[in-house]
Design a protein around this ligand. Structure first.
Ligand SMILES: Nc1ncnc2c1ncn2[C@@H]1O[C@H](COP(=O)(O)OP(=O)(O)O)[C@@H](O)[C@H]1O
Ligand SMILES: [Mg+2]
Length: 315
């Protein structure tokens, strides 16, 4: 029996629908369930062939449990090693090197000293920073947002240096980026599954939550093609098997602005029934095909072997 375990937090629609769908597809020898774990013994097999992780970003115990699971031969989606190593600033830099349109972005030092540090800890840092050069490179409006994070936490739109400094002050000891603001005509959130399937969802982040996913918006053919290719390029480079990539489009150019979402929102109440059906079906198919594949995670003990995706749809 190949068991698939779904690991989740407070969300209550996607995990159960996914478990149901996998079991309804009734592939011989494959069963899905809500994962159960007790205290974790090092290097011991989990009993799961595959685990889909929706919550380890918030629970360090789960992240450590998942790394141990990979070592013991379990396929974990998304790769917990890469997810731990990743941050949004690196992702912007990487994607820009791969030819994806990325708004100009700078990494800023923490406004306040991080715990346990003092002036002496920052002697390598230019002070004051060359703010004129930063503002010239980024322009206004701009977005001040965490170098890694999610859920719109500590995201500020600023229109001038005064607003910027007020917001920066507010961020205390967070590590932040400042990014050129795209005054977009269209905005897309895209599910990317198994590094091979892309579902583009026209979205308006300016609307109230439950109205953000636009039902009747049409994405033109050439834009669809470019966005699809950019999604695949990004997710294959980062090794994510389930992700959303967000684009702010201006004058026909899709700027990728958020693509570190390895536990993307998939609640039917926010994405709506059609998008929900797409993600449930495609995630179920991925879990099954990966569970019955001959992948052997944890068979190479060098660190790079854990970071490297154990599967690549591109190869
Ligand atoms: N460079 C940008 N240009 C335009 N809008 C942006 C930009 N960066 C962020 N936003 C807006 O802020 C929202 C949250 O920022 P995002 O980078 O997606 O962070 P999070 O991971 O918290 O979702 C986006 O959905 C978008 O509406
Ligand atoms: Mg986002």
């Amino acid at each position: 029996m190949k068991k698939i375990g779904i690991l989740f937090g407070m969300e209550d629609t996607f995990p159960w629908a996914l478990i149901d769908r996998i079991n309804t597809l009734a592939v011989e020898d494959v069963r899905a369930e809500a994962l159960r774990t007790d205290a974790v013994r090092m290097a011991e097999p989990t009993g799961y062939r595959l685990i889909l992780d929706r919550i380890s970003q918030d629970v360090p115990f789960y992240r450590a449990m998942l790394k141990n699971a990979v070592l013991s031969g379990t396929i974990v989606i998304n790769n917990p090693f890469w997810w731990t190593a990743d941050d949004k600033f690196f992702n912007y830099a990487l994607a820009s090197r791969m030819g994806i349109a990325i708004p100009n972005t700078v990494l800023l030092p923490h406004f306040k000293h991080t715990p346990g540090t003092s002036d002496r800890s920052y002697r390598n840092l230019t002070y004051p920073l060359d703010w004129d050069a930063v503002f010239q490179y980024i322009g206004f409006p701009a977005f001040l947002k965490p170098y890694s994070g999610g859920g719109w936490k500590s995201v500020y739109k600023v229109h001038n240096p005064e607003e910027f400094f007020a917001a920066y002050h507010d961020t205390e000891d967070l590590c932040m980026t400042l990014q050129q603001g795209i005054e977009f005509d269209d905005y897309y959130r895209c599910y990317v599954v198994n590094q091979s399937k892309v579902h583009i969802m026209p979205y308006d982040p300016r609307r109230p939550h439950h109205e953000r996913y636009l039902k009747n918006a049409v994405v033109a053919g050439s834009m669809r093609e470019r966005v699809t290719n950019d999604c695949l390029t990004i997710c294959r480079a980062l090794g994510y098997d389930l992700n959303t990539v967000e684009f702010a489009c201006k004058d026909g150019v899709p700027y990728a602005i958020d693509f570190l979402n390895p536990a993307p929102d998939a609640d039917v109440n926010s994405v709506g029934p059609d998008n929900f059906e797409w993600i449930v079906q495609n995630a179920a198919e991925m879990c099954i095909s990966r569970a019955i594949s001959n992948e052997q995670p944890g068979s190479h003990f060098h660190w790079s072997g854990f970071l490297k995706p154990s599967f690549s749809a591109a190869s």
